[in-house]
Write a protein that binds this ligand. Structure first.
Ligand code: IDP
Ligand code: MG
Length: 137
């Protein structure tokens, strides 16, 4: 069993497709072990995406992530990290495979509907960024 962090980004929250996205996870063997809706501060977003601080899109990414509420979740299941990445699809929705979340709900590489941890190691760091142990059940 693995756990991974998922974020439904502000574009998808605004589109009112939280439930449709959660259905993709639940229908594909992932269970929600923790979940909350929140508004990221500028500081939160900069810290969360610190690995991208030197990338040219960093400023836009931070501005986008604070442009509205997000839903953060801990997903649990077999191979949860890779399974979530598979369900999400490629970073650029134009390159995302048919039937993936980004293909179906995202508009652009900036506003791409979901975040998912890219490794088990980062999943642990990202989960502890948002959740206390007693919130993961
Ligand atoms: P990922 O979300 O598929 O793991 P990362 O490379 O980790 O992709 O990038 C983090 C986020 O930064 C992406 O989801 C996307 O919102 C944004 N991003 C990545 N590459 C670009 C780009 O070339 N232009 C604009 N935004 C980008
Ligand atoms: Mg990433």
């Amino acid at each position: 069993m693995q756990q991974t962090l998922s974020i439904i980004k502000p574009d998808a929250v605004k589109k009112n497709v939280i439930g449709k996205i959660i259905d993709r996870f639940e229908s594909n063997g992932l269970r929600i072990a923790a979940m909350k809706k929140l508004q990221l501060s500028h500081n939160d977003a900069e810290k969360f995406y610190a690995v991208h601080a030197e990338r040219p899109f960093f400023k836009d990414l931070v501005e986008f992530m604070i442009s509205g509420p997000v839903v953060v979740m801990v997903l649990e299941g077999e191979n949860a990290v890779a399974k979530n990445r598979e369900l999400m699809g490629a970073t650029n929705p134009k390159e995302a495979a048919e039937g993936t979340i980004r293909r179906d709900f995202a508009d652009s590489i900036d506003a791409n509907a979901v975040h998912g941890s890219d490794s088990l190691e980062n999943a642990k760091i990202e989960i502890s960024f948002f959740f206390a142990e007693r919130e993961i059940v």
